[in-house]
Every structure is written in C-alpha cells, then in structure tokens.
Design a binder for this molecule. Structure first.
Ligand code: GDP
Ligand code: MG
Length: 440
C-alpha cells in the first residue's frame, strides 16, 4: 500500500497547481491503491469522497505545495479513518479490572493475553492474573500456563467441573481476594463463528461485566477479519480491537476497514511472536507508515505553525526598502532554529538518508549559526538597527561579550553589509507592479 501511494504522491508533487482534473486523476489512483490493499470498497468510496471534497474546497496554503496539500489531506483523513486519537485501555473498576479476549482460533488471543500481562505489569505497575477460560482444549490451558511461568505471572487453576462462566467468575473473585488488580480472560476460539461459542461468550460477559472486550484479529486474513469483527461486535458489543501479525506482509487494509466497519478503536497491534512485540495503536503513526513518508507530516505541520505569514510579509517589505537590519536577521535565524536543528529537520525529509553522511557538515553550520546569534545578542539595540555605528571599540566589546575573535565580528559585519547592498540592488530595481519576493 505504501509503495503504491508513494507513486501517486510523486505525481502530485510534480504538479504546479491543483485543479479538478489532476485531483480526479490522483484520487483514482489512491482509490486503486486502497482497494488493492484489501480495504473494504465501501470504506474506500467514502474515504475518496471526503478527500475529494476537501481538496476541491482547499484554501491554498502558501506554505505548502499542491502535492503536500493533497498528502496532508489524505493523511488527515487516514488518521480519522483509523480512529483519530489513540484510545487507551479503560481499566477503572471497583474490584479488579477485567479484560476479555475474544476472536477466532489462531488469531493470537493467548499470545496477546501474555503480551498484555507483561505490558500491564511493566508499564502500568499492575498485578495481572491470567485465566484460561477454555475448557475444550487442554493444550490451550497448558499454553497459557507456560506463558505464566515464562513471565512469572499467576495463572488461574480451574477444575474439570467448572464451565467457562464459572471459571471467569471464580477467577475474578480469586483476584479480588489475592490482590490482583487486573484479570485477563483468554477465551476459547473456533475456526469459524458458531452459535454455541457466541452464547458462551455472551454468558461470560453477563457474569463478569468486563471493562474491555478486545476482539483479536489476524491482520493477515484481510477482508475475512473484517466480516468476523462485525459478527463479534454485533453479538458482544466489543470495546476495542487488537490487530495481530502486523509484522507479516499484511497489506494494511484490514486495519483501515475493521475500525470503520465496527466503529470500535484499534487499541494495540501485535508485531511478532515474542511477548514484548506489542505496541499501542496510534492512528497518526500508522497513517504515516501507510503513506511511507517518514515523519514528513510533522515537518509540514511545523512549517505551517512556525512561519507566521504576516511577519514574513513585513520582513519582505523591509528588505525591499533595504531596511533589513540585524534585529530582523536574528528573528529569521531564531525562526530557523524553532523549526528544530537542521539535523533533525533533515531526518524528517524522506529520501534524505542517502545524504546523511553530509550531516557532519550541517552540524558545523549549526554551530556557526549559534556564534552569529551570540554576536548579535551582544550588540545594543541601536547597533542592531544601525550597523554603521559599530566602530572598532564597539567591535572589541561585541567580540568579548560573545566569546569570539574580533575578526569574526568584522567578518559578520562585512557579510551583512554585502548582503544589504545586494538586497538594495535586487529590490531597488523591481517595478511597482511586480510581486515582492519573500525571503527564503
Ligand atoms: P489463539 O488461538 O487465538 O490463542 O492464538 P495464539 O495466541 O495461539 O497464536 C497463534 C499463532 O500466531 C502462534 O503461533 C503465535 O505465535 C502467532 N502470533 C500471535 N501474535 C502474533 C504476532 O503479532 N505476530 C506474529 N508473527 N505471530 C503472532
Ligand atoms: Mg489460544
């Protein structure tokens, strides 16, 4: 999905401006890419419609190219589709909190039970009890016991007389008595949805009123996972989704569709067989990953908020009148800095990996900028506004104040003087009708 969409965005990036025709053409490809990634067709249709609507009605943001704007819209809509904000586990309870895992056999319920037990203990300092609420397969119980030994997390011991509802009820009572504050119910799964299983799950739900009913879905099963999710949600009103096996070559479509078909949040993703390989689900991160753009969106957003258009305009006018002084110069430099270090900026730009070696160089420039700012800081306001008054004794003082050689100060003032002369030449000659240039 990522590769495909990247191709689409490349085309967009080359466009000078957005018009109905190129938006339509681009969106056709976005649509194909999503369908190919196994996203539910209804979901795709609604998605593309929303993006089109927004792209057509866009106020043109000066700081973004048309390509970036479309990428941003697609990204925002993807985040929305994936659930917007990250949704945490809801574990407030009078007694122990109860998390019930449901899903088909082989989806990863038992593994995820172990992963969550580890996460809850390690990251939330909770004290979990794992419960095999599966009386049909002795091997399933043994699997959980083995995870318990591995993690050193207690596992509820059922007797052969107990049915799954008894097990769940007794386990919660035992947790309460023994001071475990969260109970993880690993329920039985079937290869297909069947009535008997659903009834049993509904009975467990009624008996222990879980805080969370997490539907565990195998991301590799694509559209099937979507249909199964819908059935489980209809019958149990699930509270969230765990998408496992996202480390495989899952095409990502299931993640997009399950959320929108069930309207329940994806809370975790499983990224491997190891018990540490689980991650909280963050829609914005996954959207970025799907778009394969590194953190480019972060970059665009930064640029948008940090560059105050009015300020840029005011400075442009000053440059035109050659009134640009050290005060303005420092403002510009600080703005550059606000965007982050040059190095971290570079990292945000995709495709920059190949020129990372040159970063040593970049860092030097950053240091240089720091020295320049120190020198400007050591000037009085008057000196900044009228660099001409900076005579040798003032230069001496500035050098001492900023901890540089006097030659450095001389160089700075000389460069600045040259820059002003250049500006005068460039700006002075421009005709009235011509649009002014913004400083880059
Ligand atoms: P259950 O029948 O739903 O309890 O499923 P299991 O927890 O027994 O998992 C079935 C298989 O999927 C096992 O081989 C697990 O190791 C594997 N599995 C579970 N989660 C993940 C995951 O996130 N990534 C990968 N690669 N394998 C997983
Ligand atoms: Mg199992």
């Amino acid at each position: 999905l990522s590769d495909r969409l990247n191709g689409v965005f490349k085309k967009f990036r080359g466009q000078g401006r957005l018009d109905e025709e190129n938006i339509q053409a681009g969106l056709r490809e976005v649509r194909l890419a999503l369908l190919e990634a196994d996203v539910n067709y209804k979901v795709v249709k609604e998605f593309v419609d929303r993006v089109r609507e927004r792209a057509m009605g866009q106020d043109v943001l000066k700081s973004l190219t048309p390509g970036q704007q479309v990428v941003k819209i697609v990204h925002d809509e993807l985040v929305d589709l994936l659930g917007g904000e990250h949704q945490d586990l809801e574990l407030r309870a009078k007694g122990p909190a109860v998390i019930m895992m449901v899903g088909l056999q082989g989806s990863g319920k038992t593994t995820t039970t172990g992963k969550l037990a580890l996460h809850l203990r390690k990251d939330r300092k909770m004290n979990p009890l794992m419960v095999p609420a599966d009386v049909y397969r002795p091997a399933a119980i043994e699997q959980l016991m083995s995870l318990g030994r591995q993690l050193d997390v207690p596992v509820f011991q059922s007797t052969s007389q107990m049915n799954p509802v008894d097990i769940a009820r007794n386990a919660v009572a035992q947790a309460e008595a023994e001071g475990q504050d969260v109970v993880l119910l690993d329920t039985a799964g079937r290869l297909h949805i069947d009535e008997h299983l659903m009834e049993e799950l509904a009975n467990i739900k009624a008996a222990v009123n879980p805080n969370e009913i997490l539907f565990v879905a195998d991301a590799m099963t694509g559209q099937d996972a979507v249909n199964v999710a819908q059935s489980f949600n209809d019958l149990l009103d699930i509270s969230g989704i765990v998408l496992t096996k996202m480390d495989g070559d899952a095409r990502g479509g299931a993640a997009l569709s399950i959320k929108s078909v069930t309207d329940k949040p994806i809370k975790f993703v499983g990224l491997g067989e190891k018990l540490s390989e689980i991650e909280a689900f963050h829609p914005d991160r996954i959207a970025g990953r799907i778009l394969g753009m590194g953190d480019v969106m972060t970059l665009i957003e930064k640029a948008q908020t940090e560059i105050d258009e009015e300020e840029a305009e005011a400075i442009g006018k000053k440059m035109q009148r050659a009134e640009f002084d050290f005060e303005d110069f420092r403002t510009q430099m600080r703005r550059l800095k606000k965007l982050g270090s040059l190095e971290s900026l570079m990292k945000l730009i995709p495709g920059m990996g190949s020129i990372r070696e040159k970063l040593g160089d970049m860092n030097m420039h950053e240091k240089e900028l720091g020295r320049v700012e120190a020198m400007i800081n050591s000037m009085t306001v008057q000196e900044r506004k009228q660099p001409k008054i900076i005579n040798p004794s003032r230069r001496e003082r500035i050098a001492k104040g900023s901890g540089v050689d006097i030659q450095d100060v001389n160089q700075l003032i000389k460069n600045f003087d040259n820059m002003q002369k250049m500006m005068k030449k460039m700006m002075g000659g421009s005709s009235k009708g011509k649009k002014k240039r913004m400083p880059q």
